[in-house]
Design a protein around this ligand. Structure first.
Ligand SMILES: [Zn+2]
Ligand SMILES: [Zn+2]
Length: 143
């Protein structure tokens, strides 16, 4: 097969009724563990990715993130989660001159979240996660 031309990628042509851009993105996952060789399953993945993502930049961010974090191939269920996570990250902004959008900066003793809006938004997410993990645990007597 010919590689997709750049203009095809921008406009998002169709290949066998499937989006070329999303087909290419799903193909990037094909060397992960448990990737299904079944054509119908792959078609479903491509179709779902195309529908769930806000646009192709978002679809790419979702797949990039997946490839960075998971050794196993994504399932349709995972796209919902990835869509949320990548949207949240975009909403956080891109950091300041100190952190340059990196999740951690060097503190006096350890790595810490940055003091800017971005770092503090991440800190907020940390507290969220911790809070959920502690749910159901007895409250400490002293703080
Ligand atoms: Zn698409
Ligand atoms: Zn910062």
């Amino acid at each position: 097969m010919q590689p997709a031309k750049p203009e095809d990628l921008i406009q998002g042509g169709l290949l066998d009724g499937m989006c070329i851009v999303c087909t290419g993105l799903i193909r990037l996952c094909s060397n992960l563990n448990f990737f299904s060789g079944d054509f119908e399953i792959r078609r479903l993945l491509i179709d779902r990715l195309h529908c769930i993502a806000d646009d192709h930049d978002h679809a790419k961010a979702m797949i990039d993130r997946w490839l960075e974090t998971s050794p196993a191939a994504p399932k349709v269920f995972d796209f919902m989660y990835m869509a949320q996570v990548t949207r949240k990250r975009e909403a956080l902004g891109s950091g300041c001159d100190v952190c340059h959008g990196e999740p951690w900066v060097l503190g006096p003793n350890d790595i810490v979240r940055c003091g800017c809006t971005y770092g503090q938004a991440l800190a907020e997410l940390d507290r969220d996660r911790l809070g959920r993990r502690r749910e159901g645990a007895p409250l400490p007597l002293v703080n």
